[in-house]
Design a protein around this ligand. Structure first.
Ligand code: KE4
Length: 432
């Protein structure tokens, strides 16, 4: 059942000449699954349409932000309204306050907040701040977690780095990478050991509370609480990277779902509703060190950009309305359940889970709890599954090591089509 891809292929050939690898972010390439990416013409609700007219149920949703679906009328109207009022002021404006109010109500741990333009910016800024506040240099991150592409965080990173099997951080000075220590997610002993070996030197522990950049992993009972405890004992800050999980695993993020209070939080994605945005925030005493209130410099021409704020306000307020989140959560749960049921029925080793409105699946015969477990997945099987779903109009992330994202618009036809395709493809695979 071959798709017509002539126009996509032609454009991608040109893209290869103009962009490294033909893309403007490595995760968009199909390196891990073979073939070339399709070229998008437009998005509508749960669907993407390519330049050859093919339709796909989209489970990437711009890698998380589009909780209301593509081109939701309320988001389009809000951004259009703002467009007419100006695209950027370089001066304070009310939409920044409005979005901050919504975020701080949902996530009260962000006592003060600063808007930036991407998750990467949030990551590099929280590290600088944590180092300034503690007067220490080293940080602990986890194998397979991704916090954007700032130098200090490109060590044992997940997402595209992991998918492409790239070596650690060429171009990152050794003395920068040397201050980033790596522990194992869901293994508190590995964290305790690093603290022991580096007493009084660790500024912060940074973690994706629910990692989505090594596939979807979930925290063992007590793991996040343990990180809080050990950070307190050792005088280090705990940073939750909720760029992906913020408003996705729970309306108040992973910190509300698991009731663990980080000192600092990174956000992006959903809070811009598909426009370029990021934010970081947390304890007032720490955030007050940021310029101009304090001496830690952090700035941005487009920070708090009114178009991004308008997209974020419309998206988050729509998302928090009525039972929208609960309905979307059921969709993610249904997909994970279907993977598990089909695995049992067809004898294909598969692990699947959902947390809030994120889901993940691994072609793996044992439970996936750690990053090492995830790495033992059957990548050849993933590749077959991915390609056949794509040919039948269902677009999962082109990597075993990325999470799946649903929107409220995936209810109904889109979900039914997905479940049918999953069943057909896994059935075929079980016969081979
Ligand atoms: P951005 O700089 O891409 O806005 O955010 C970086 C980032 C930070 N923290 C977490 C937990 C993230 O998931 C991300 C970005 N996620 C990837 C998807 N795996 C974005 C897609 C891409 O790199 O193109």
């Amino acid at each position: 059942m071959a798709r017509v891809t002539a126009r996509s292929e032609e454009l991608f050939q040109e893209a290869l000449r103009r962009f490294p690898g033909g893309v403007n972010s490595p995760v968009r390439a199909f390196k891990a699954v073979g073939g070339d990416p399709f070229i998008v013409a437009r998005g509508e609700g749960p669907y993407l349409f390519d330049v050859d007219g093919n339709r796909y149920v989209d489970y990437i949703m711009s890698w998380g932000p589009l909780v209301l679906g593509h081109a939701h009328p309320k988001v389009v109207a809000a951004v259009t309204r703002q467009l007419q009022l100006g695209t950027s002021y370089g001066a304070p404006a009310e939409p920044e306050l409005e979005l901050a109010r919504i975020i701080q109500e949902a996530m009260p741990n962000l006592e003060k907040i600063r808007f930036v333009s991407s998750g990467t910016e949030a990551g590099m800024s929280v590290l600088r701040l944590a180092r300034a506040f503690t007067g220490r240099t080293k940080i602990i991150k986890f194998h397979g977690c991704y916090h954007g592409h700032a130098d200090a965080l490109l060590v044992k990173a997940g997402s595209g780095v992991l998918t492409l099997g790239l070596p650690d951080s060429p171009g990152v000075p050794a003395d920068v990478a040397g201050n980033t220590l790596t522990a194992h997610y869901n293994d508190l002993d590995s964290v305790a050991r690093l603290f022991e070996e580096n007493r009084g030197q660790i500024a912060a522990v940074i973690v994706e509370p629910v990692p989505g950049n090594a596939g979807l992993l979930t925290p063992r009972a007590g793991f996040l609480e343990g990180l809080r405890e050990i950070s307190d004992q050792e005088g280090a800050l705990l940073i939750f990277d909720e760029v992906m999980t913020g408003f996705r695993v729970h309306p108040g993020g992973a910190q509300t779902l698991y009731q663990v209070r980080p000192d600092l939080t990174m956000l992006a994605k959903v809070i811009g509703g598909g426009l370029p945005v990021g934010a970081f925030g947390g304890r007032k005493d720490i955030m007050s060190m940021i310029a101009p209130e304090g001496p830690v410099y952090q700035a941005g021409t487009l920070s708090g950009n009114p178009l991004a704020m308008a997209g974020g306000i419309a998206t988050v307020s729509g998302w928090l309305e009525g039972d929208t989140f609960a309905r979307a959560e059921r969709i993610a749960k249904r997909i994970a359940e279907e993977f598990r049921e089909l695995s049992l029925e067809l004898g294909i080793p598969l692990q699947a889970a959902s947390v809030g409105t994120m889901f993940g699946f691994f072609f793996n015969d044992a439970p996936v709890v750690t990053f090492a477990d995830a790495q033992r997945s059957d990548l050849a099987r993933f590749r077959t599954f991915f390609s056949r779903c794509l040919d039948r109009g269902v677009y999962f992330a082109p990597s075993q090591f990325e999470a799946g994202f649903v929107s409220i618009t995936h209810e109904g036809e889109a979900l039914e089509h997905t479940l049918r395709v999953m069943k057909d493809v896994l059935h075929e695979m079980s016969q081979e």
